[in-house]
Design a protein around this ligand. Structure first.
Ligand code: GAR
Length: 187
């Protein structure tokens, strides 16, 4: 079995898509959900699926020994950032080299970087008058949204699109491609 940890700070729709995709999978299992936000929707989702969830403080998250203990105790093979808002500490990036991936709701390197999260990204896409946008799944390095790209998928932005409509189209792409990409990476 390959074990996944999902790190998420928000609503958790991507976490849910991943958990459901791998529910009865023969070789991949979601075993841990980590969040920095006690109000994150992802906690309830983890609970419903009987997956361990950890609400971690900034201090815990930044502490090498604490994080290694948590991740080692569950034999984590891959960390998936699904809307996770904290910068990943260098010790985790070194220990999990090429084993931490992130999903971003735009075509990086466009509309990425610190503070570019969720709806803010779609607002920037529309303000820039883009005719297409999409999703990027990439390896995580020590800078926000700057690691090697694994997969990008595009959608077109129509003149009558708004933040909600773009967000809906992007979410569909994310829920389809994030689980599939994880499966390919863990083969
Ligand atoms: C997703 O759209 C993800 O791409 C984005 O946060 C959202 C989380 O939604 N991530 C970023 O913007 C990273 N910079 P969810 O909580 O419903 O899965």
């Amino acid at each position: 079995m390959k074990n996944i940890a999902i790190f998420a700070s928000g609503k958790g729709t991507n976490a849910q898509a991943i958990i459901e995709y791998f529910k009865n999978h023969s070789s991949v299992k979601v075993v841990l959900v980590v969040t920095n936000n006690p109000d994150a929707g992802v906690i309830k989702i983890a609970h419903q699926h009987k997956i361990i969830s950890a609400i971690v403080s900034k201090n815990f998250f930044g502490n090498e020994e604490s994080m290694h203990k948590l991740l080692n105790s569950l034999n984590i093979d891959l960390i998936v950032l699904a809307g996770f808002l904290q910068l990943i500490p260098a010790f985790l990036i070194q220990k999990f080299s090429k084993r931490i991936i992130n999903i971003h709701p735009a075509l990086l390197p466009k509309h990425g970087g610190k503070g570019m999260y969720g709806k803010k990204v779609h607002e920037a896409v529309l303000a820039a008058g883009e005719t297409e946008t999409g999703i990027t799944i990439h390896y995580v390095n020590e800078k926000y949204d700057a690691g090697e790209v694994i997969l990008q998928k595009k959608i077109s932005v129509e003149p009558n699109d708004n933040v909600e409509s773009v967000s809906g189209k992007i979410q569909q792409l994310e829920h389809e491609w994030l689980p599939k990409t994880i499966e390919v990476l863990l083969k």
